[in-house]
Design a protein around this ligand. Structure first.
Ligand SMILES: *Cc1c(COP(=O)(O)O)cnc(C)c1O
Length: 399
């Protein structure tokens, strides 16, 4: 597929059909807010996996680093390479596992830092390095499973695992880390049990006279919950993007949503009572009414399950969507705006005047989480960066 960024003839067309707006001033604000909250000595790792939760990894990484983050976290090697190719020099932690010599070679070549979870992974890294790049010393991050049951060595084996890695040539233990399963829950029981296991793993290392490496366990929710969870580094994703990980954490810092989704009206028409709208006639007009078609659909990442349930914003008003959402388009009941014109801007997610629609609103309707909503916007939508002024946020300036 054509890339918007790399195809000059497409650039003038970026706001023609449908697009994602990324407010870099909101992102910078969120980064600074989070940094102010950190325990003394703790640093911020900006989690920019999945194209920075759909916001655009390179722009987000640069902005986060400029405003206080010192580390970046990605899930995959290609995500790390994308940042390096763009000239990003900060240390990059690969959150996914490393299992093959091919992966090790790419990690060494691109100066990424792998997560190790098993002795086998550690041996593959060590053997590949000694065969291919005998002069490289690679910082590695040991992951301990304290209760997420995803990646990581069992917490009981922390010292044994660290000892094994320490004895391998060319590997340098840069950090010991773990990940919470329920940090966004009001009930802290599981999180505190995981914290206790993490402390136990650290104590094991001390007892085995292994120098304590950098320590980290907090995601967004844990970072907002308690500074005693910050250790040397916090790994923050969702909060960077301006969304609280849970309602009870919404007031810990002032977060501003970074992403908005916009499209345009492509046609306005009047339909008669009894007229069906869209595939399957899920909506039938009960009266003569004005409807509009807009140029965004499920192939852009608008969940089809929101058909006949979602609203959009036009001229600061909340406008109901009607009928099945189609691949590239959907219809609206625009009875409230009889003089609506083709080409007018429609806010699908975001703020218009006093009204706003958030990823959390969609997540609640769909029975999912805001993380999945953010990651769902497809690359058919160009990502446009804006640095909105207060006036623009208030709707005085039309961007
Ligand atoms: C994705 C991820 C994070 C960030 O989680 P948020 O809840 O978005 O802050 C932190 N650590 C690891 C290991 C992750 O995979």
């Amino acid at each position: 597929m054509l890339s918007w960024e790399n195809t000059p003839s497409l650039i003038p067309m970026q706001r023609e059909r449908a697009w994602v707006e990324i407010d870099l001033s909101a992102l910078a604000h969120n980064v600074r807010q989070i940094c102010q909250l950190l325990a003394p000595g703790a640093d911020l790792l900006a989690v920019v996996k999945a194209d920075a939760y759909g916001h655009g990894a390179v722009t987000v990484a640069r902005t986060a680093l400029k405003h206080g983050a010192t580390w970046l976290g990605v899930a995959t090697i290609p995500e790390g390479i994308e940042l390096r190719e763009a000239g990003v020099n900060a240390p990059i932690l690969l959150l996914g596992a490393t299992n093959t010599p091919e992966q090790v070679r790419a990690i060494a070549r691109w100066n990424l830092q792998p997560t190790l979870c098993t002795p086998k992974q550690a041996l593959i890294v060590s053997e590949t390095l000694s065969a291919d790049s005998p002069h490289t010393v690679l910082p590695v991050h040991l992951k301990i499973d304290t209760g997420m049951s995803r990646l990581g060595a069992p917490w009981q084996d922390a010292a044994e695992f660290a000892q094994l890695v320490q004895n391998l040539p060319q590997l340098k233990i840069a950090s010991l880390y773990s990940h919470f399963a329920t940090a966004d829950s009001l009930d802290q029981t599981v999180m505190r049990l995981q914290q206790a296991r993490f402390k136990g793993a650290i104590a094991q290392l001390t007892a085995a006279e292994i120098a304590t490496p950098m320590l980290h366990i907090a995601n967004s929710a844990a970072t907002l919950t308690d500074p005693s969870l910050h250790y040397d580094l916090v790994r923050v994703g969702l909060a960077l993007y301006g969304l609280p990980p849970a309602p009870h954490l919404a007031n810990k810092v002032d977060l501003q949503p970074v992403l908005q989704v916009k499209t345009r009206v492509t046609q306005v028409k009047t339909i008669q009572a009894g007229t069906g709208v869209s595939y399957g006639y899920q909506f039938i007009a009960e009266r003569e009414m004005a409807i509009a078609t807009i140029a965004i659909g499920y192939a852009d990442g608008i969940p089809r399950n929101l058909s006949n349930r979602m609203s959009v914003l036009i001229r600061g008003r909340r406008i109901p969507q009607i009928g099945a959402i189609t691949m590239d388009q959907m219809m609206l009941d625009v009875s409230q705006i009889p003089d609506l014109q083709e080409g007018e801007v429609v806010t699908v997610l975001g703020r218009d005047g006093e009204e706003s629609i958030s990823a959390e609103d969609w997540a609640a309707m769909l029975g999912t989480i805001s993380w999945e909503i953010l990651c769902g916007f497809k690359h058919r939508l160009p990502r446009l960066t804006v640095s909105q002024t207060q006036e623009a946020r208030a709707g005085v300036i039309q961007l």
